[in-house]
Design a protein around this ligand. Structure first.
Ligand code: FMN
Ligand code: SF4
Length: 637
């Protein structure tokens, strides 16, 4: 497919853009002491180098120290901070991308005591600023934002974006539900939009009509009584009249965050119809945003006239080269974002911060380089799951002669099952991608390979990478060897079981996703979790979505509950308050206790120059951990 619309140059006001692809704000939170560090610079440099036309940077603090969130937020209040930021802008621009600064202000205020509308957070009381600020403060904050635009221009940004979405301050003011003000900034739509409209006018007055300004606008809050598209169209018209040069058609608020950052249970481009409605009312360009992960989806949005630009956040985290690959007709080589919302959100991964489950290099660009090996030699990878494939690819790129041996007739390991639970279909794309990379690599792949010591001796590797995954373990529960007990991964390999009363032991992601798959059609499904809460490690958006589905399907969650024994068809449970419960089951599914399957590691130690386990064979974890570990190992051999 040719992406002629996607790669046509465009513009936002006076800002010329090399194509129609933008990276919207994704707070990397990589800054230290308010300054960009090498991790942040490299993250943005590779994305600018990958061909995106415009990047909106991590949002700097415009009112230091009063509105400063943490040292991972950029500052622009001293020469030292500004100079570092200027260097980052130069780096991005040298790669041919333009860069905008977002104007935003924290949406909450800490108050000393309880007051109407205040919520408790830890030992503090928090109120929404949209309602808490006095009329005088409204003008003060508007001026702080406008001065932010003046600073942005002086620092060298190519334009600014006003944040009027994401449930942040200005979108709260726009909302008929959240704006309870009784002054000139509350009440009817004209009043609720006044802050935004006056801010646009003020920025234009201070920076000049030529300095580009776009508005990231909430076009539907997706809550009853919230702002809807009809009012949003009117606000967009006013924004245009006030001088805005473009609108990004966003949706959702803090209660409907799954609409802003669509997870796996969302279709592609769920907000693009909002963009189309905004576009039909305006002359200035409109950008569509939200799960536009694929070039064909992006192209059709522009080709159908729904929007002039597309904004991709996660797709560019997963593959910074997305634009270049699409432009070169290599879309099938794009590393896919699978909307998992695991490693890129919240605090990311302990010790790393925000990164990506599918792209091990995200957040590591500054330290991980695929360079030729000092001593290229023969490398044997045992096991063709994702970590084995990743290790083989990197080792091969570094000049090693690599063979990948897989016992079964297919590559993928557990990934072959990962897409079977409801709404996990996108996961299959990871394996497709890795398999395609293997096809295009110099790695020799041998499936159905019965591995013997003699085979290994014949190949004579200097390094063996053991990527044989994990095997499910049996928890030490009396009666667990009952014939009604099966492992979660076993049942996925077959059709849905016919049994009706199903108890799942383990309320992590495997247990709860299996419950989601099994529940419905009259089955009674219970999940037993020893910890205080199920899905403790899952991030907020996917967790809320999954819990909602489980509740709708009538899945019973027993938290703080231990399985003490199984007797025939009865599961004996004990709550942490001592209460005892007996459940009947026709089938018991185990979703816990994976153990490394590292037999080859033990066998070959001392016999081969270097033997190392990667992925689950080293330590069972999620896909992101496996791919990162495999990459790190393959970069050091
Ligand atoms: C972890 C994370 C944090 C985000 N934080 C912000 C934010 O602070 N402000 C903002 O305007 N957008 C924020 N976004 C939203 C993105 O700009 C974008 O609207 C969203 O990710 C949907 O695009 P995508 O499907 O291409 O990722 C965030 C996105 C992610 C994934
Ligand atoms: S962690 Fe998942 S959702 Fe986030 S960018 Fe990577 S693949 Fe996409």
């Amino acid at each position: 497919m040719n992406f002629t619309h996607l790669f046509k140059p465009g513009s936002i006001g006076s800002c010329q853009l090399r194509n129609r692809i933008m990276m919207p704000l994704y707070p990397t939170k990589y800054a230290r002491d308010g300054k960009p560090n090498p991790k942040m610079v490299e993250f943005y440099r590779v994305r600018a180098g990958g061909g995106v036309a415009l990047i909106v940077l991590d949002c700097p603090c415009l009112d230091y120290p009063r509105a400063y969130k943490a040292p991972h937020q950029l500052r622009i209040d001293t020469d030292e901070h500004v100079n570092e930021l200027m260097r980052l802008l130069e780096t991005i621009k040298a790669e041919g991308a333009k860069v905008f600064m977002q104007l935003n202000y924290p949406r909450e205020r800490i108050v000393q005591a309880q007051m109407p509308g205040a919520k408790r957070r830890g030992d503090q009381w928090i109120v929404p600023l949209a309602t808490a600020m006095s009329t005088a403060e409204v003008s003060e904050i508007m001026e702080i934002l406008a001065q932010g635009a003046v600073n942005a221009k002086a620092i060298g940004f190519d334009g600014v974006e006003i944040q009027a979405s994401y449930g942040d301050l200005i979108s709260q003011l726009l909302s008929p539900l959240l704006n309870t003000r009784t002054d000139d900034f509350g009440g009817n739509l004209t009043n609720r939009a006044k802050f935004l409209v006056h801010l646009i006018q003020r920025v234009k007055a201070l920076t000049g009509a030529d300095f580009p300004l776009r508005v990231k606008l909430v076009c539907d809050e997706f809550v009853e009584g919230g702002l809807g598209i009809t009012d949003a169209v009117q606000v967009a018209r006013w924004a245009e009249s006030a001088g805005a040069d473009a609108v990004v058609a966003n949706g959702g608020n803090k209660k409907t965050k799954h609409r802003i950052i669509p997870p796996q249970d969302s279709p592609f481009a769920p907000l693009s119809d909002l963009a189309a409605q905004i576009k039909s009312a305006l002359k200035i360009p409109v950008a569509a945003i939200g799960k536009i992960h694929r070039p064909d989806v992006a192209e059709s949005i522009i080709q159908q006239g729904k929007a002039d630009f597309v904004a991709l956040a996660r797709a560019l985290i997963t593959d910074p080269e997305w634009p270049r690959k699409a432009a070169a007709g290599r879309s099938n080589q794009i590393r896919p974002c699978v909307s998992c919302l695991e490693d890129c959100i919240g605090k990311g991964v302990e010790g790393i911060g925000r990164c990506c489950t599918v792209n091990p290099f995200a957040g590591h660009e500054y330290i991980w380089r695929v360079t030729p090996a000092d001593n290229p030699g023969r490398v044997l990878v045992i096991g063709g799951g994702p970590s084995g494939i990743q290790a083989a690819l990197i080792a091969s790129q570094r000049g090693h002669q690599v063979e990948l041996w897989e016992r079964s007739d297919q590559l993928g390991g557990q990934m072959q099952l990962a897409h079977l639970a409801p709404f996990k279909a996108e996961m299959a794309k990871v394996l497709d991608y890795l398999a395609r990379c293997l096809e295009n690599s110099a790695v020799t792949v041998r499936c159905e390979q019965q591995i013997t010591d003699a085979d290994i001796a014949k190949f004579d590797p200097h390094t063996v990478i053991v990527a044989t995954g994990s095997r499910p373990g049996l928890p030490p529960i009396p009666g667990i060897d009952s014939p009604i007990v099966v492992q979660a991964r076993e049942i996925y390999a077959n059709d849905k079981p016919e049994e009706n009363k199903i108890v799942i032991i383990g309320g992590g992601d495997i247990g709860c996703e299996t419950a989601d798959w099994l529940a419905g059609s009259g089955k009674q499904v219970s999940v037993i979790e020893i910890a205080p809460a199920v899905l403790a490690r899952m991030k907020k958006i996917p967790r809320e979505r999954l819990l909602r589905r489980l509740s709708e399907k009538g899945v019973h969650l027993y938290e703080n509950t231990q399985v003490t024994s199984l007797e025939g068809n009865v599961i004996h449970l004990k709550k942490n308050n001592g209460a005892k419960i007996d459940l009947e089951a026709d089938l018991v599914v185990l979703g816990i206790n994976a153990q490394p399957a590292d037999d080859w590691l033990q066998k070959l130690r001392g016999k081969i120059e270097k033997v190392v386990a990667v992925g689950d064979a080293a330590a069972p974890g999620n896909l992101g951990a496996a791919l990162r570990n495999a990459t790190e190992v393959a970069l050091t051999i």
